[in-house]
Design a protein around this ligand. Structure first.
Ligand code: ZN
Ligand code: ZN
Length: 487
């Protein structure tokens, strides 16, 4: 197909509908006429073009403009497929349910979505996209509009997910500052061809702005990172694939939405923003994607704070409603390992016996180091000691563990006792330098007549004992005595 003589390429992050309007302007043709005559589109609207353009249109545009097809696709919301949602055309509720991990600290929240018959209103709704029946499906950043040589709407402005500008760190706006008409209408009309000015003539670039709260600005950065690089790293967690990250984000958005009678955790979360749950319940009854910008801003701010310094802020939110470790973990089983592991780690340190029993009874939750029972026993014991638990308490609270685990713990307790006895004996017998040599050396243990005999495999020359190994015999009271044995 012959290339058009004039074919300005799409601007950075420009929407397809906006690019088509600019092409029409280049040829001094009205956008509708241009669509009909040059692109064989009968009833185009910017919205359908940006969401689900006919595939033939994309290949035709690539042919006549010389723009790579991937770049043409990137002007549509299809660019977010496999990241924000599976496929833009996937039938809902399947698409929504795929995003609904069973997580949520409030009781029954975890099963709420899987039980729900109709999780979503509207047959063709997609996660993070404005519902089709909604009046507002486009937002804008006044600073971006002001700074653009040729103002053009961005793909991210078509997402309900986006609430702030990653470049200017201000909240987006939905409508004209002067007449209040949604910016959609400005653009949908195609009546004039500059996105910078409203139908009333007001300059959208001059609209006042509100700085994004720090938590929201941080979240906006993460979202931008995930969308542009395909992965994101939360504080203290391994890198998450973008799709996993957005699934988690969606699950938290759902968890703080007040949709049921009693949600103590979600209600307590909202109070930290200074919002009374009873006041916002009606607003949050509609799905996130259908909420006005102001509510989406608050929800995102809340969710961002919960994910900050994972899992410390989140655990603090659970402590506010005195949520115990086991029910909490039970309700958070849908978390990916990258987030579940740090959570388990912190909870484990708070109550090792209970948590270990729970983890062993719940398939698929054991941290990766657990198959190595020695490593597990060492961590377990360290955590118990940090809580000030004595041998007796540790033993009695660990009775319910399966035999191999209890044996590993018993070994660890024994090794600890040997370490203590050896340390004391060495401290009595030798200089600090020599003591250091003992403590860093591995030892093997056997049973001597007087009790346990620990053979210290150190360099004998350090003690000036060239032909002997030093041993520590430990009596039944846990006292150690150093002596030499001939090799
Ligand atoms: Zn901006
Ligand atoms: Zn206006």
């Amino acid at each position: 197909m012959a290339r058009w003589p004039l074919h300005p390429p799409p601007l950075e992050d420009e929407l397809l509908s906006s690019w088509i309007v600019r092409l029409a302007v280049t040829y001094h043709v009205a956008p509708f006429t241009f669509c009909r005559e040059a692109l064989a589109l009968q009833h185009p609207t910017p919205r359908t073009l940006d969401h689900q353009p006919p595939p033939a249109l994309l290949t035709r545009l690539a042919d006549v403009t010389g723009c790579p097809i991937a770049r043409v696709v990137a002007t549509t919301l299809q660019r977010y497929e496999g990241c924000l949602f599976g496929a833009i055309t996937a039938p809902v509720p399947a698409a929504m349910l795929a995003m609904m991990q069973g997580i949520g600290p409030d009781r029954s929240c975890a099963t709420h979505w899987t039980r729900a018959r109709k999780p979503w209103r509207g047959a063709d709704a997609t996660p993070w996209l404005f519902p089709p029946q909604q009046a507002v499906t486009l937002q804008f950043c006044p600073h971006c509009v002001r700074d653009d040589a040729m103002a053009s709407p961005r793909t991210a402005w078509r997402l309900a997910l986006t609430t702030a500008c990653p470049k200017h760190r201000v909240l987006l706006r939905e409508g004209c500052l002067h007449c209040g008409v949604p910016v959609d209408v400005v653009f949908l009309s195609w009546r004039h061809t500059s996105f910078r000015y409203c139908l009333c003539g007001a300059d959208l670039g001059q609209a006042s702005t509100v700085a994004a709260p720090p938590a929201l600005a941080a979240l906006t950065d993460r979202i931008h990172e995930a969308v542009t690089t395909g992965a994101v790293r939360l504080d203290g967690t391994a890198s998450l694939p973008a799709e996993t990250y957005f699934t988690i984000l969606r699950a938290f958005v759902e968890a703080v939405r007040l949709t049921r009678g009693r949600q103590p955790w979600a209600e307590a979360c909202w109070r930290t923003l200074g919002v009374e749950p009873v006041d916002i319940r009606p607003h949050l009854a509609v799905p996130f994607e259908a909420q006005p910008l102001a509510w989406r801003v608050d929800t995102m701010q809340l969710v961002s704070d919960l994910l900050t310094e994972w899992p410390s802020h989140f655990l603090a939110s659970c402590q506010r409603v005195a949520l115990k470790a086991v029910p909490l973990l039970r309700r958070m089983q849908g978390l990916p390992p990258a987030l579940l592991r740090p959570l388990v780690h912190v909870l484990m340190a708070q109550d090792p016996p209970t948590l270990t029993r729970f983890m062993l009874a719940t398939p698929g939750t054991s941290p990766p180091s657990w198959p190595d029972l020695t490593v597990w026993a060492g961590e377990y014991l360290t955590a118990c000691r940090r809580l000030g638990m004595a041998d007796q308490v540790i033993r009695s609270r660990s009775r319910g563990l399966p035999a191999p685990w209890y044996t590993a713990l018993d070994d660890a307790l024994f090794a600890e006792r040997v370490d203590r006895a050896v340390t004391r004996a060495v401290a009595r017998a030798s200089s600090p330098m020599v003591a250091g040599a003992f403590l860093t050396a591995p030892y093997s243990r056997g049973v001597a007549q007087t009790g346990v005999c620990t053979r210290l495999l150190h360099s004998p020359s350090l003690l000036g004992l060239p032909r002997a190994e030093t041993c520590c015999t430990i009596d039944s009271n846990g006292n150690g005595f150093l002596h030499q044995e001939d090799v």
